[in-house]
Design a protein around this ligand. Structure first.
Ligand code: NAG
Length: 325
């Protein structure tokens, strides 16, 4: 028997990531497209020195107990860490790695995609083309608002919001506004061509309103009936952040009542959204299944970073992307 350290990978990852681990460790992997069942996760974690996991794997006290005292590193291929019992990891001296920062451009691209899909009614259009309602050319059929000359508002303006703003500039947007908890500096505003607005002003003046805010007690359910009532009836709402910032029933009613024109959502509550949910019935709502980071390049980079974190952690080198417990 070799003295190699043992690691378990809880999902099928790209070979380029797994090979980083295979060079050094004794690697086993849940080689399936389906989620690993909890009992198998417990069983496979036993005796391992390191785990590489996903957001969908709950790494709780039970898993850590089952793994055993030799477990030294938990590396997750995700930005979120809600699934890991961080206090237990800290208490046991287990290092934790994660993969922030590399999904900015992919998520921004999807944000732009949802803006165009909703404003230009792309899903309705493809359905109409397929179902036979594509008749003779009609002057105003399947029309929607243009980004050119519009006011685009950002609720939250971190890395992803800023990346969307930069990508929208060539569209000829007239005015970019933002609302955040802490107002940015004048230098920042000048550099990026964006002006601060109160939340109410952002609601009242945006033709396109993009939610890119993290979910906190201050932002939870902030897009409620009162907020949608304040928006323009011609406006389009996009959420690529977290489902929890929206009162979903209020959004649904606002779309039905024409308080706003359309919505594009990559995040919902819950996820997955049940297929019989009323939002799926609305032609003016485009829903994607939380695929913000789903580019080949980004997902591969996330897997490679998670593998590098695990490698470094087990070899007592600084992790490229540690989570400081
Ligand atoms: C075809 O799809 C369009 C757009 O979704 C819809 O408005 C229309 O009612 C549909 N027509 C039929 C015959 O299903």
């Amino acid at each position: 028997m070799s003295g190699k350290l043992k690691v378990f990978v809880t999902a099928r990852l790209p070979a380029v990531a797994v090979n980083i681990l295979r060079e050094r460790f004794d690697v086993s992997m849940w080689d399936s497209e389906n989620d690993i069942p909890k009992d198998i996760l417990l069983e496979k974690s036993r005796g391992k020195d390191g785990l590489l996991c996903l957001l969908t794997n709950k790494i709780d006290k039970k898993v850590l107990d089952e793994a055993g005292k030799q477990l030294r590193v938990v590396s997750t291929m995700s930005v979120g860490l809600d699934h890991i019992d961080l206090n237990e990891c800290k208490a046991r001296g287990i290092k934790v790695g994660y993969t922030p920062d590399i999904l900015t451009s992919a998520t921004a691209e999807l944000g732009v995609g949802l803006l165009l899909a909703t404003s230009r009614r792309i899903v309705e259009g493809t359905n109409a083309a397929k179902n036979g309602s594509w008749g003779t050319w009609k002057p105003m059929w399947l029309c929607g608002p243009s980004l050119e000359g519009s006011t685009v508002g950002f609720f939250g303006l971190g890395r992803i919001g800023l990346a969307i703003l930069q990508r929208l500039k060539p569209f000829g947007v007239k005015c970019f506004k933002y609302n955040t908890l802490n107002e940015k500096t004048k230098e920042f505003e000048t550099e990026h061509g964006v002006t601060y607005a109160t939340f109410n002003d952002l609601l009242a003046t945006s033709d396109f309103l993009i939610s890119c805010s993290s979910l906190t007690s201050a932002t939870k359910n902030i897009f409620n009936k009162e907020a949608f009532d304040m928006m323009k009836s011609t406006s389009i709402f996009i959420n690529i952040a977290r489902g929890g910032v929206v009162m979903q029933d209020d959004l649904c009613q606002a779309l039905i009542d024409g308080k706003i024109r359309a919505a594009g959502l990559d995040v919902t509550t819950p996820e997955p959204l049940p297929t019989d949910h009323p939002l799926f019935q609305l032609p003016n709502c485009v829903i994607t299944p939380h695929i913000g980071s789903a580019t080949d390049e980004t997902r591969t980079a996330m897997a490679v970073l998670a593998a590098r974190n695990l490698l470094a952690g087990l070899e007592n080198a600084p992790m490229p992307s540690p989570y400081e417990l």
